[in-house]
Design a binder for this molecule. Sequence first.
Ligand code: FAD
Length: 493
Amino acid sequence: MRPPQQTPAKRPQPVVVIGGGVGGLTCAIRLRAAGHPVTVVERNDVVGGKLALYERDGFSFDIGPSLVTLPHVFDEVFRVAGTSLEEQVDMVRLDPQFRYSWRDGTTLDVADDPDETAAAFDAFSPGAGDQWKQFDGNGRVIWDVSERTFFAGPMSGPVSLFKRMESAKDLLHIDARRTLRRAARDTFEDNRLRQWASRYATYSGSSPDKAPATLSCIPHIESRFGCWYPMGGLSALRDAFEKVALDVGVEIRTSTEVVAITRSPNRVTGAELADGSYIDAPIVVANADARHLYSDLLPDDAALKAVRKAPRSTSGFVLCIGARGTTPGIHHHNVWFSGDSLQEFREIDARQLASDPTIYGCVSSTTDPSQAPEGDENWFLLVNTPPGIEVDADEYRDLVLDRLAEHGVDLRRRMRFCAAMTPADMEHNYRAPGGAIYGTSSNGKMAAFLRPRNRGTIDGLYLVGGSSHPGGGLPLVTTSARIVAEMIDDDTA
Ligand SMILES: Cc1cc2nc3c(=O)[nH]c(=O)nc-3n(C[C@H](O)[C@H](O)[C@H](O)COP(=O)(O)OP(=O)(O)OC[C@H]3O[C@@H](n4cnc5c(N)ncnc54)[C@H](O)[C@@H]3O)c2cc1C
């Protein structure tokens, strides 16, 4: 684990952070802990961005992230602020981690223990235990190399990555030449397990047919560091970040929109707010999506052109269902696979809705009774969609619920209510172009190098969050916050 960095700033400088998403909040905590006066400006009336909560009739739903991985990344932020994740949030390590179900009626539970998981794979498909171990071992190597190279600092092209590599072997180790689907095929004989391995592309909003096999480090991350849940819901983590930010002295202004970044002419001078007022600051950290940044806040055609080259992540269609009664055999995290994964991603890659989507279901009330009235369940369903697609919410809801019923889970007569969220809602709620869940995806061999850089196009401007390096997902945006805080440390030394 990296030691918490809390080098006091030699020249503390006022900082404005545009956006109170997790990347913005965690960057603000680090910068304030180092001595910079920091103001976070968030247009919504709550912070957290995509880490959002929906409450209705006694039910609570995490309508953004529902799974926490790599908790030590968050602990490091709390430690920089003189506290710890353990002190702030009651984190539960889930076991089993997931239940997977296929159309043929078979199921597989993945445990929080490598030996148990290997045994479960073997029982599911003879010989698959060793194949899982091989896949997991490869994921370990990829993670260990990526952590000290890709995630270690800013990225300004392949050279930045090569410079951090110890030898050419590292390049081979990250397994970037084949796709995740190819790695799944090369490892597993059973098609169902190939589908299982391929699903991890969606953790970065990508397609298994386009994303590199480097992403096979994600199931390894789950098997090694666990799948976690903060009691009270993911919003407990958001609330802890907000509280600790306030404790260290960050000023947070919600319901406040930045309309422009001011400049003079080669460096930033602050931010203009929607009410016509200004915040002066020689450092601006944009947690807003890079497309919004370079098209609206600091218009820059060349930068925008470069940003558009970075592939967008998928969006999603979400259903929040307050369900009467309980479901036998249901777990906290559940996945019901489509009948044909190749066809599913062919459709999504062709910017269509999947006709037979894989359905992810989180029923956190199985772990945390506070999330639903006694005897009922809070069902959060998520299916992947292309970004920017128009969705007829009623029609697609019926399709998703029908598919789930075909899997043997019929929620249609148990619903107290069913609220839908489309890509357009995500775009509107989080100002995320196309409703892209993770900002940028990992589609293509060059995707890692096409993400907008953390260093902005003029002096004093920095980018943090899912649309910039190293990409989306809670641990990654928190890593981008560390990278940006370290850059600002260096620049103000
Ligand atoms: C449905 C869904 C499921 C997900 N599942 C998981 C999961 O299980 N695990 C996981 O790790 N990750 C998951 N993610 C991804 C994760 O939520 C995101 O990667 C992460 O929260 C993004 O953080 P961010 O720092 O990029 O900021 P964002 O959350 O994008 O926040 C940016 C903020 O900036 C604000 N803003 C924008 N423009 C302005 C402006 N001009 N002025 C003021 N404020 C502005 C926005 O209102 C927003 O609050 C999921 C996301 C979604 C939507």
